[in-house]
Design a binder for this molecule. Sequence first.
Ligand code: SF4
Ligand code: SF4
Length: 491
Amino acid sequence: MSDKFSPTLRLGDLNDFIAPSQACVISLKGSKKPLDKKPDRPQVVLTPKQQLEPVKISLKDCLACSGCITSAETVMLEKQSLDEFLSALTKGKDVIVSLSPQSRASIAVHYDISPLQVFKKLTTFLKSLGVKAVFDTSCSRDLVLIEACNEFVNRFKQASSDDGENAQSPLPVLSSACPGWICYAEKTLGSFVLPYVSSVKSPQQAIGAAIKHHLCQALGLRYSLETLVILSYIVGYIVDPFIGTRLEEIYHVTVMPCYDKKLEAARDDFVFGDNLTEVDSVLTTGEILDLLKLKGVDFKDLEESPLDRLLTNVTEEGHLYGVAGSSGGYAETIFRHAAKALFGHTIEGPLEFKTLRNSDFRELTLELEGKTVLKFATCYGFQNLQNIVRKLKTRKCDYQYVEIMACPAGCLNGGGQIKPKTGQTPKELINSLEATYMNDTALSTDPFQNPIAKRLSDEWLHEPGSHEAKKYLHTQYHAVVKSVTAQLNNW
Ligand code: SF4
Ligand code: SF4
């Protein structure tokens, strides 16, 4: 593998494989006996230290999850490496970093500090490298949640009014924020499942769209940050620091919990104009740790800089805020909204999830006057995902919305997160991440009340479901022919 990859990715002795996620779906099924006969499709062999016998995984399996990427995809990943990021800085590009809350939690647990401290220290560190601004994808997540609420209500109404028996029902809506799941749906499930998938972009792509299609659009002079601060005081609102910057000069990097996000950013659907992309590069949380080590930084000792408020969920008092739910809170947010918008029912307090087969498969129902009017599920990990797919195939899926994530335990367990410390089990790490994540978003808020989302709506999108919202916050999916060659070429 190319030495352009960060140490996390560089597994020289493996040709068709990059790195296992922390909880392999195959290992969840139990280790398999080695095959006697020669396999008829590419195989990947994992030999985790704890396991006595190798676990055999087909390429088809790996396409569904976080962590493994085939060699044909490394071309795209090379563009996403730390070297590319550092090179953009050296070339004097206007580099913007958008940080995911899951990555903050992972770094916070690793250094035993709070996610807010992580955010402020990373801002110090990244700006010392020349980064112009550090934003927060919790903010774009609120934007897409609003759009997803609107989409769900419309599809629910459409389903209620559809009387054609042969028409495909617009329900359930399947969430679309996880590229591991989308990759699997496109390559393995194809056209039967794609119409159910929400067309709303992920928070990563939405913040890319906000930065590249909106914030950088105004023409004029470029201002220094000092001038911007003064201007912001004069005009009474935060002035866009990238006013007048040519789009080609903007290099937008996201920090994400999985490698799959790199593949998402590289999709043709997110290319616009003269080969511009909404997200130019994705670094995993682990790669940020590599960068800190590369630069010899004592992270805990770094000063804490003020946060860039333009696209960051932070209150005047300096508290981070966002929805509850470490994988985006899609089911919960849409459930609350739908209860109110469709049935006039306001849900106060925490929702009661019913655990089904395991803690990664949970259900939410709303009963009114003895009738179940809403039935949602959260479904994480490959096994649970296949259960939903089976229900869909046999037309026995009575959920109206399913939040699907490819990684067991969701995004906190992404393959790009910092690995457990010596002596720490993956389970213990997940528990700490969950606790820390909740700490991060101690101020659990309604996306519809987010002042940044409101501002972006006023200035740019106008309202959920508008022409602009459809143009900038929605995407499409493509069923892929199920040959291995086609699979490798299309991502
Ligand atoms: S990517 Fe999926 S199949 Fe491959 S090792 Fe990870 S969990 Fe297992
Ligand atoms: S569940 Fe989250 S971390 Fe895992 S592949 Fe999907 S988006 Fe990435």
